[in-house]
Design a binder for this molecule. Structure first.
Ligand code: GLN
Ligand code: ZN
Length: 763
């Protein structure tokens, strides 16, 4: 029986690609050096996959930056700004699109579906002329072949590519990206033709937009695309790959009728309902690539359960029509458990990173073909059993407390308007108060201090002294700048989730479990393996110290339960909502300890609230209810006089604005400056928002220092739609990635902008 994986992490087990890219970008190494590292990585991944026994091995899932940008190169859709004049697209043009350079900004980046991976958004317009401009796919296919490895080249499918693009600036209003389908398809055809010439037997086309709720006209595009691409393909078979959710029934019916498609890949981990569609409507004579091994998590597969599922499909479709696969690309999992030396054996037995998932796929395929590796299955079954019953996972007190939450509502008794009045009585803030989002620049010196206390190279006292000195200087700077509500700068935190995870029960941390976020940037999500509880206060010590050195209000700074959840690898043995409620209880205790410790303004960051929104509309309402409830649990116990802030790094709120209001924070600070005032349109459309709100007046992602006038002008636009008494003035996000040389002038201008506006309002 055949086995398949949708894609594989490209960074390497020790993030080799990251380091090679960064040293190339810094000019320390040559393009040839970078290419050599990339070639080695590809070879070792193919060999490892082949050695594991996978029969359908992906190629062209490597990327120097992003697979969608690779597709932009494939079809030659370089925006005019980058000065490409035809011919093969080289690394210089490629990286200038990805990262910008001294004279050109980077292309926009956005999240890949509901993952934490970011892709480069294609910019297309009526003038875009497509041409076959990157032979990467065929080159990689041949490269593997030379190593004696037959692969399945993977391309982002043409319809998904167009649907994820945005209209170029200057395109006519309402420009339909799918109108480009006729002109992009010949390029795909040419690419697939070359793959066929080179000997490819399968081509995988990733069309994950099929899991969204697409209207009929968009589904038509798939019919058109695949009848064009599939005609006279000779021996090449097309695999249409979907992932991340169930396929809606209408889309499912469309794709099983696609005459020239030989196989369909389905995500059976996130999409439990697709199985019903398969049973009800059949598969139109196609092979099903059954994605039973989770590509988005790090848990060992429950092999017995997956085998049942695969056998059920075999009975329904015939043995030859089922291939065992991963639910999506393994890009979203960590690379190799082998490199984890600090996790204990029991925990490790519960986990499987990408390299281990290859073995799971093969074990399932062999078992389904009647050659079950009994030993492998038995070891897996005993690990599953130990996880189900382990006292490290299950804490009765936590479970009871969180179960009790679900049935009741949690909110502060007094309405927000009255609370704000009570708070103002002692905060005495000016109109248009200024604040920042939390972190101040993270210097190499701070990183060193944190590293050295961890490795016990310096004592706890030395560490505290260094952090206190940093807080002193951040406070002094903010007082000099005349900012109204201060922050301590978060010098003790490496990461806004890890910092809390390390202090909570139920979390563990890998040493090398990196996952690509974008380009060379990787994140190492904490692993939530058990019931969550808080042994002791986590931030009170530092917040109290910071408050003690200033008379101005000092914000206590926490990460909210939804963000901790969405930026971790979450357990799969209970609903996400359950884990969220458990974290909420821990954060609630922290909020109340801060309040008892004399902190009167507490910010609970929910940077990742929006990104947890399920892809399918039918599941979104439920998520919003429990996520917002989880947030309110953390704040429901505070006094009216305690001011609760929250912060979000996302401004496309139009669809969830009512949930945001329902969070019932006193003040919300939001990203705004990069997003063409999408946020303001919400208020222009008449949404009533009575709480404080601080739409960011400057983009902290850029080294650019905005002028006083520019920031004042942004705030004036807000004043046109919001009452002056609710408006706050602040940057878009935390300042940790910036340098002081940028932060000081930018904040100076920001405070001046606020003062200028106050003067204007007083007239
Ligand atoms: N308080 C955090 C900081 O300033 C918030 C970061 C974020 O929203 N991503 O760094
Ligand atoms: Zn932010």
């Amino acid at each position: 029986m055949a086995s398949h994986v949708v894609g594989y992490p490209r960074m390497g087990p020790k993030r080799e690609l990251k380091f090679a890219l960064e040293s190339f970008w810094e000019g320390k190494t040559s393009a040839a050096d970078l290419e050599a590292v990339a070639k080695d990585l590809r070879a070792s991944i193919w060999k490892q996959t082949a050695d594991a026994g996978v029969t359908l091995i992906p190629s062209n899932t490597f990327s120097y930056y992003d697979q969608v940008l690779d597709t932009t190169a494939l079809v030659g859709a370089v925006p005019p700004l980058y000065g490409w004049t035809g011919g093969d697209i080289g690394l210089d043009i490629y990286f200038s699109m990805a990262r910008g350079n001294a004279t050109k900004p980077a292309m926009e980046m956005t999240k890949w579906f509901d993952t934490n991976y970011h892709f480069i958004v294609p910019e297309l317009g009526p003038e875009t002329k497509f041409s076959y401009s990157s032979r990467k796919a065929v080159n990689e296919y041949k490269e593997a072949k030379e190593l004696g490895i037959e692969t399945v080249p993977v391309l982002v499918g043409p319809v998904t590519y167009l649907l994820l693009a945005k209209a170029q600036k200057g395109a006519p209003k309402g420009f339909d990206l799918l109108s480009l389908l006729d002109s992009i398809l010949p390029v795909y055809k040419e690419a697939i033709g070359e793959l066929k010439e080179a000997g490819a037997k399968w081509v995988q086309l990733d069309e994950p937009t099929l899991v969204l709720d697409l209207e009929a006209s968009k589904l038509e595009a798939f019919k058109k695309a695949y009848s064009f691409l599939g005609a006279d393909l000779g021996g090449v078979k097309l695999l249409l790959e979907t992932y991340f959710a169930d396929i809606p029934a209408a889309a499912y019916k469309t794709i099983i009728d696609l005459e020239h498609v030989s196989a369909i890949g389905v995500d059976l981990v996130r999409g439990a309902k697709t199985l019903d569609l398969i049973k009800e409507f059949g598969v139109g004579g196609k092979i099903i690539f059954a994605g039973v091994v989770d590509g988005r998590n790090i848990w060992a597969n429950d092999l017995a359960a997956s085998l049942n599922l695969v056998e059920e499909l075999q009975r329904a479709l015939g043995k030859e029509n089922v291939v065992v696969s991963t639910s999506c690309s393994l890009l979203h999992s960590a690379v190799d458990l082998k490199n984890e030396t600090k996790l204990d054996a029991e925990l490790k037995s519960w986990l499987a990173f990408a390299a281990q998932k290859l073995l799971e796929v093969v074990a399932l395929a062999s078992a389904a073909a009647g050659k079950k590796d009994e030993e492998f299955f038995a070891a897996n079954a005993s690990a599953q059993a130990s996880r189900r019953s382990s006292p490290r996972v299950h804490n009765k007190a936590v479970q009871e407390a969180s179960a009790a939450l679900k049935t009741s509502d949690h909110r502060r008794a007094t309405p927000v308007g009255t609370r704000l009045e009570e708070q103002q009585k002692h905060l005495n803030l000016p109109i248009l108060p200024t604040t920042t989002i939390g972190s101040f620049p993270q210097t190499p010196e701070l990183r060193r201090v944190r590293r050295e206390v961890k490795s016990k190279k310096i004592s706890q006292e030395e560490y505290e002294k260094a952090i206190k000195a940093e807080i002193d200087s951040v406070v002094k700077l903010q007082e000099e700048l005349d900012i109204d509500v201060l922050v301590h700068g978060e010098p003790e935190r490496n990461d806004m989730v890890e910092y809390f995870g390390e202090q909570l029960e139920g979390f563990c941390f890998s040493a090398n479990g990196w996952v690509q976020s974008y380009g060379s940037r990787c994140v190492k999500p904490p692993i939530i393996f058990g019931d969550v509880s808080r042994p002791k206060a986590m931030t009170v010590f530092w917040s109290q110290y910071a408050q003690s050195v200033t008379k101005r209000p000092m914000k206590g700074m926490l990460t909210g339960p939804v963000t901790i959840l969405n930026w971790s690898f979450v357990r799969n043995d209970q609903p996400r909502s359950e884990t969220c409620y458990q974290i909420a209880l821990a954060i609630k205790d922290e909020v109340e300890d801060l309040e008892a410790g004399g902190i009167t303004v507490i910010q609970i960051d929910e940077a990742a609230l929006r990104e947890g929104l399920p892809l399918r509309k039918s599941e979104q309402a439920d998520y919003q209810i429990w996520a917002v409830h989880g947030f309110r649990i953390t704040t429901c116990g505070v006094k009216d006089t305690t001011q609760i802030h929250t912060h979000m790094c996302y401004s496309n709120f139009n669809d969830i604005i009512h949930s945001i209001i329902d969070m019932d924070a006193d003040v919300i600070t939001i990203e705004n400056s990069r997003s063409d005032e999408k946020l303001l349109s919400v208020f222009r459309d008449g949404v009533q928002y009575g709480a404080g709100i601080g739409p960011g007046v400057y983009d902290i992602h850029s080294p650019r220092i905005p002028s006083t006038e520019e920031m004042a002008e942004r705030a004036r636009k807000m004043l046109a739609v919001l009452e002056s008494k609710v408006l706050w003035i602040n940057p878009d996000c935390g300042l940790k990635t910036r340098k002081y040389a940028e932060v000081v002038p930018a904040l100076t201008n920001m405070v001046n902008a606020a003062k200028q506006l106050r003067a204007e309002l007083a007239k």
